[in-house]
Write a protein that binds this ligand. Structure first.
Ligand code: B12
Length: 1001
């Protein structure tokens, strides 16, 4: 425990969603008594420096995995020094990605310490954190900053006030204070952010606003998560934001609050907003400090009698029922109105949806508060409602229980199976009795089950379909069960069946495609031209061209390359840089995108519609002889585009979730209208959640839940299930745990049963197809050669389970994107299994194993329970609002990482069977870094594209924005827009009409 209050700012670097390690570190920092201002992923140097200036911490801790770390950390240290914050210690890590030479360079430049995986193993997780806390345990309140009203002076003044000092600051009267409080989970910080956003726009940044956000100090350990800043998109300009911990257990407001407010006033701010946590319903602690107070609640307060216990309903100047899109919001509104009317008729009550972009309920609340606080009128047109209107409904409330109903449906299916099995057995027994003893059984004889009638023909289809071993044995491609008991046979048919038959447990195709390995290797590096060469290398000698595109981080976040150091360093690292349609054309040069043997997958999510539009236009331009409509019908591939798992695991969200979901549906609608049948509009992914730390059950349950959410959302948009379900695909990670053996089996069965029984979908729609990538997190920087062994086992699992496509990771996974040499070895792993490995001649090796059957049932039941758990939180979107999935994934990640570091999970070469001769991990001979020349070239190409299309752009951007505002199909316009706008230009334009993503802890 530190002797001074120690504060840290934590984040993942710009365009970097790898937050697994920083989430662990920030939790450990809190556990060791620190106050942590967590900024989350994708944070620019400027975001971090601004946070340092306003929050006045002793240290910052950053993780950076996606390349450009040298530029990022050096720029950070320089900026801090320039701003007068050279005393702030800078810590970082990025696994094996930051190689030893780079660590040395960064230390020499002034970074306090970069922690490598070797450090982690040597010092332990707690050890690393203790060393940081000890070094930062200094009393900042002793260092006075001369009072000039600057952010720096104000921030330090607050630090000193928190330490109990009495400061003599100029008093300023007449500055209004707005107090915001409410129940936990009511969305107070989102609402505060939306109010700030309107204040800034409405008053054109003329008003200086200070925000003080309070979070409780933990009783145990004294640490605090200061989790409001991460939610704020409206910071910048004339806004000062400071997070405070209560520092005394049980208090709603810290003792320093009055002093902090006075300091903000003294520094010349025109409005002070104080946001406090609602600890109990009874608390109205904020009232004495505010001129105007707002109480925020949700429709879910329970029985109307609960309202009598809420003190704030007696004191607040305004009440907002946030999350007004929840079920029974209208009833809640009436009950609260009634309660208010009893005592204080004049108190206005608002219904707001702060999570929705440009919500008119929030605008109404804002306009009321503006008047009440005595602020000047602004430019936003007045709204004449008190509650949100025209709420977009993603999943209609009448279907809110979809996940629970699916779980019930699957259980019901199994119950029916048990019943039918019993009948089949009775029938067989009676017929035997009749046969053997001549008993007259006709009166008791159940009907023959039709599935049993169909069986002999199904089994016969496979007769003679064998592969010959070197010893001359005929190995069945699909082994048919040899069951004599009708009950057992029926159970097999209902629960398993042969591959290609409902419920598709063993696979969605009767037989594997011959002459086409399921290999699909993920690749992307540097410039489009360089990646194009890698693609040709991977495709060489393969009967089919199956490419998978990794984009660099700048592209993943929908931006354009730029000279700014924290952007520049990332151009062409960790993937290929694609900013324009011209880049896309170079990327796929020499590949015929409508060849039936060519299919391309693209890992892109936030800006997926723009990148997809570039891809489809590339295919169209490759074939000037064909009608574009014809090209669209033929093109084959997948775009990941799964925004739900982005919020839950991968973090490349850029637009508001609601806008992203709408764009996904626009793409799907466009596919339906243009008969794009061979392209998957989404790859519903569990991979990223697993790599972020989710265990296999959570991975599977969260992914299926997301998949069913898309189904519900598209149905609600009026699309027909069989028009879109075949465009959905899935993507999982296969790690080392036992559950991975049955991942595909469980996924296919649940999906098929739900599709058939709940949604009445046809057979094509019932088939769940998925890609597997072996687990990256299971590969380590230590004893890298051993990684291939892990990958081989995971690949074997995938192939046995009939995955439809497979990426095998390279042994240097923990350090670099694969080199030509390492990727070749990785590809060899799956080729060896497919072409050399004996049992792989058979295509259903898992069927009939007792343990596999039992595992399938166990995993399935665990997944169904999780679906119910999500359902009870309001479905996937409801659970996301409270960070349920993220929280679960972080807990599970922590469990694994602790086990890895304390040795309770044995990892060969890492925490057991360690190489006695090596003290430091051996780094690979070659690591990938994009060259300066490539980066410059990309900038050049971007600028010339922009210049060439400068005149067409304004009208196109206007059309795009208008379509978004009018509710038209955004994707249809993007198909034109990519011809004259770069990726970053499109993203910027859409931010203005779709809203930005709001991060969650
Ligand atoms: C998990 C992971 C993911 C997850 C991230 C989930 C999440 N929310 O964090 C997912 C699947 C989403 C992902 C995606 C991508 N990833 Co990734 N990912 C990894 C992986 C497998 C593990 C990293 C990790 O978190 N490890 C767990 C931590 C706790 O352990 P550690 O890394 O060993 O760190 C130790 C120390 O360094 C220290 N530490 C680390 N950070 C910090 C910070 C502080 C303050 C302290 C004190 C200590 C500390 O703690 C550990 C102690 O032992 C690595 C490969 C690998 N095996 O390392 C690739 C890897 C980092 N990813 C990579 C890439 C390329 C990507 C993508 C860009 C791919 C793409 N083009 O689409 C995307 C980008 C996504 C995005 N959002 O921006 C590359 C980076 C290559 C490079 N820089 O040259 C890697 C190396 C894989 C590879 N070989 O290609 N990834």
């Amino acid at each position: 425990m530190p002797s001074n209050p120690v504060r840290f700012v934590t984040a993942a670097s710009l365009f970097d969603g790898h937050d697994a390690s920083i989430n662990i570190m920030r939790r450990l920092l809190m556990a060791q008594g620190c106050e942590v201002v967590h900024l989350g992923h994708n944070r620019s140097v400027d975001d971090v420096v601004t946070a340092v200036i306003q929050e006045d911490p002793q240290g910052v801790a950053i993780s950076s995995y996606q390349g450009g770390h040298v530029e990022y950390f050096e720029y950070l240290v320089d900026r801090l020094r320039d701003e007068g914050y050279g005393h702030v210690k800078v810590y970082g890590g990025g696994g094996g990605v930051i190689v030893r030479a780079e660590i040395e360079r960064l230390h020499a430049h002034g970074v306090t310490r970069i922690f490598s995986p070797d450090d982690g193993q040597r010092m332990g997780l707690e050890g690393m954190i203790t060393s940081m806390v000890e070094a930062c345990d200094v009393d900042l309140s002793r260092d006075e900053v001369a009072w000039d009203g600057s952010e720096r002076a104000l921030a330090r003044a607050i630090t000193r006030i928190e330490a109990g000092e009495q400061l003599d600051l100029p008093a300023r009267e007449g500055v209004p204070v707005l107090g915001i409080t409410g129940t936990g989970g009511a969305g107070k910080s989102s609402l505060t952010d939306e109010l700030l956003n309107r204040l800034r726009r409405d008053l054109e940044d003329k008003l200086r606003v200070a925000v003080i956000a309070i979070d409780p100090t933990r009783r145990k350990g004294g640490g605090a998560l200061l989790g409001d800043r991460i939610r704020m998109n409206a910071l910048g300009g004339p806004v000062f934001f400071r997070s405070l911990a209560t520092r005394s257990p049980g208090a709603e407001v810290p003792e320093a609050l009055p002093g902090a407010i006075a300091a903000c006033k003294a520094a010349g701010y025109d409005l002070v907003i104080v946001e406090t946590p609602g600890i109990g319903q009874g608390d109205a602690g904020i009232v004495p400090f505010s001129d105007v107070s707002l109480y925020v609640m949700t429709p879910e307060f329970g029985a109307a009698s609960q309202l009598e216990k809420i003190d704030m309903l007696d004191f607040a100047d305004a009440v907002a029922i946030n999350k007004f899109d929840r079920r029974a919001a209208d009833d809640a509104y009436r009950s609260v109105r009634r309660q208010l009317n009893r005592e204080r008729k004049e108190v206005p009550l608002f219904g707001t949806i702060a999570s929705r972009f440009n919500d008119d309920g929030v605008t109404a609340l804002y306009q009321f508060l503006r008047t009440k606080l005595g602020l000047p009128d602004g430019t936003i047109a007045p709204v004449d409602t008190q509650i949100s209107t025209g709420a977009t409904v993603i999943v209609p409330s009448s279907r809110e229980r979809y996940l629970a109903e699916i779980a019930e449906g699957v259980r019901g299916y199994h119950a029916t199976t048990d019943e039918r099995v019993k009948q089949a057995r009775v029938r067989q027994a009676l017929l035997t009795a009749k046969d053997v003893a001549g008993v007259d059984v006709d009166a008791h004889l159940p009907e023959q089950d039709p599935l049993l009638d169909e069986w002999p023909a199904a089994a016969a289809e496979l007769a003679g379909k064998t592969r010959t071993s070197l010893s001359g044995l005929e190995i069945p491609r699909v082994a048919v069960p040899r069951l004599e008991d009708d009950g057992e046979l029926l159970r097999f048919i209902r629960k398993e069946n042969l591959p290609g038959r409902f419920p598709f447990t063993a696979g969605v195709f009767p037989l594997k495609r011959e002459g086409e390995d399921p290999a699909r290797m993920f690749a992307g590096e540097g410039s489009p031209a360089r990646t194009n060469r890698r693609f040709h290398l991977l495709a060489e000698g393969q009967p089919a061209t199956r490419l998978s595109t990794a984009f660099d981080s700048v592209t993943l976040y929908g931006f354009d390359p730029d000279e700014r150091p924290d952007i520049y360093g990332k151009v062409g690292n960790s993937g290929v840089s694609i900013a324009t349609l011209d880049d896309m054309k170079v990327l796929f040069d020499g590949f015929d995108l409508i060849d039936p043997k060519t299919s391309v997958s693209m890992t892109i999510n936030g800006p997926a519609p723009s990148i997809l539009a570039m891809y489809l236009n590339t295919a169209i331009d490759q074939h000037p002889e064909l009608d574009p409509a014809e090209v669209l019908k033929q093109v084959r591939g997948t775009v990941q585009a799964d925004i739900l798992k982005e919020d839950q695991g991968q973090n490349t969200c850029i637009f508001s979730t609601e806008f992203s979901l709408r764009c996904m549906a626009d793409v799907q609608q466009y596919f339906v209208e243009h008969a794009v049948r061979n392209f998957y509009s989404v790859s519903i992914s569990g991979y990223h959640m697993a790599e972020a730390g989710a265990n296999p059950i959570s991975q599977l349950a969260f992914t299926l839940a997301n998949g069913f959410t898309y189904v519900e959302a598209y149905l609600a948009r009026g699309m027909d299930i069989d028009d879109f379900a075949p465009n959905l695909s899935f993507f999982f990670s296969n790690g080392m745990d036992p559950e991975y053996t049955v991942m595909g089996r469980v996924a296919r069965r649940i999906w098929a049963v739900a599709m058939k029984e709940r949604y009445g979908a046809n057979e094509r729609s019932q088939k769940l197809k998925y890609h597997i990538q072996t687990s990256g997190r299971s590969l380590h920087a230590q004893e890298m050669d051993f990684n291939d062994i892990r990958t081989t086992l995971q690949a074997l699992c995938a192939i046995y389970d009939n995955a439809n496509s497979l990426h095998t990771n390279a042994y240097d996974e923990a350090v670099t994107t694969p080199t030509a040499e390492s990727v070749r070895r990785a590809l060899a792993i799956q080729l060896i299994i497919n072409r050399e490995w004996g049992l792989a001649k058979n295509e259903n090796p898992l069927q009939g194993s007792y343990v596999v059957d039992e595992l399938t049932d166990l995993v399935e039941e665990a997944v169904l329970k999780e679906l119910e758990a999500i359902s009870s939180r309001g479905g996937v979107l409801g659970a996301m609002e409270t960070g349920y999935q993220r929280g679960r994934i972080q807990d599970e990640s922590m469990l694994y990482e602790h086990g890895k570091h304390d040795g309770s999970i044995p990892i060969v070469g890492v925490n057991t069977f360690r190489n006695p001769d090596a003290h430091e991990s051996v780094e690979p001979k070659e690591v990938f870094r994009s060259t300066d020349e490539e980066k410059q070239d990309q900038l050049q190409r971007l600028r010339s594209f922009q210049a060439a299309h400068a005149s067409e752009r304004p009208a196109m951007i206007a059309r795009l924005q208008q379509t978004a505002l009018d509710g038209g199909n955004v994707f249809a316009v993007l198909m034109d827009a990519v011809r004259c706008c770069s990726l970053g230009q499109i993203t910027d334009a859409l931010f203005e009409v779709g809203g930005r993503y709001r991060r969650n802890v």
